[in-house]
Structures are given as C-alpha cells and as structure tokens.
Design a protein around this ligand. Structure first.
Ligand code: ZN
Length: 179
C-alpha cells in the first residue's frame, strides 16, 4: 500500500495537459502500479475521484467512485478506472453542484456542467469502454477529466463569489436542493 503526495493548487503539474497512457505503459505494468497507488491515495484522502496529475503523474488516468463521507448526500458512484477518456455532452441540460477537490483542501465551490454525457475510454486492462453517465456520476467524471487537461473546478465556477471554505460554505452558501 502506497499513499502518494497530493499536488495542491499552484503546483504547475495541475495546469498542463497530461500525456496519453500508451501501450508501453500497459505492457510495462506501470498502469497497474499507478492505479493501485491511486486507489490507496484516494481512499486515504476520503475522495470520490483522483486524477494522475494530482499525484504528480502527468498521464491521462483517473480513478473514481465508491463511498466518500465528503459526499455522503450524493448518490453512490460506481468504481471505475478511466484512461485516455473522451467526453461529449448529450443534450443541452446542465446541473449545478457543490464541488470540492483534494488539490484545493478545505474549499467548496458551485459549478455548472452538462448533466448527461457520453464517455469513451480505456479501462484498467486497456479495453475500450463506452457508456453514458448522468447526474452526480457525470459530474465526477467531468471533474476528474478536467484534471487531465490542466483544468480545475475554480475555472468553471458559476461566478467568482461562488467559492468558500467548507465550514462557511455549509453555513452560508449552500444552494437550494435541486434535481
Ligand atoms: Zn479535483
């Protein structure tokens, strides 16, 4: 079990486009190794997703899903490994969600994203998968995929005042419940 150090906002690795995972990465066993360390790190940090650049690996690889007490009011997200993901939105509908990020500890912000997406990616074995995701599942995938392209949720706040520290956020800023 290896828990990796998480890069925080300000570290340049969070702001560059990560390299695609290659066949050589799979063959060498590196991908398996990265995934195993990323699960350990994500669980330890109580996150709902983690992207490789957040642990100083500039590759297009994310792990997500499972249970996190940080998001206990949200529907459960299936555990998935997504490699070299490509996302397209389906329809025009968007949803606003309160997002947090292990690279911005202690902060929460309100972000608007497409509600329904199509995902094409490789799984942990290098096999192509294609599926649709909706609601909170779609939000988590989009948040993690953003990390692979040098984006953070603060780039997508509904407005610049929609961010705060967790305690103040839950006390003063929680948006009304929405479906
Ligand atoms: Zn994040």
């Amino acid at each position: 079990m290896t828990i990796l150090k998480i890069a925080r906002m300000g570290h340049p690795i969070l702001r560059v486009v990560a390299e695609k995972v290659t066949e050589e990465d799979f063959k060498s066993g590196r991908v398996k190794h990265w995934i195993s360390d990323m699960w350990d790190t994500m669980m330890d940090a109580d996150g709902i997703g983690l992207a490789a650049p957040q642990v100083h690996i500039s590759k297009q690889l994310t792990v997500l899903g499972g249970l996190s007490s940080r998001y206990e009011d949200e529907p459960e997200v299936p555990q998935q490994v997504l490699i070299n993901p490509e996302i397209t939105s389906i329809g025009e509908e968007t949803m606003t969600t309160v997002e947090g990020c292990l690279s911005l500890p202690g902060l929460r912000g309100v972000v608007e994203r497409p509600k329904h997406i199509k995902v094409v990616a490789l799984d942990e074995n290098g096999k192509e998968v294609e599926f649709e995701a909706k609601g909170f599942h779609a939000i988590v995938i989009q948040h993690e995929t953003d990390h692979l392209f040098g984006k953070l949720y603060i780039d997508r706040l509904v407005d610049s005042t929609s961010i705060g520290f967790e305690k103040e956020f839950s006390r003063y800023m929680m948006p009304p419940e929405q479906e």
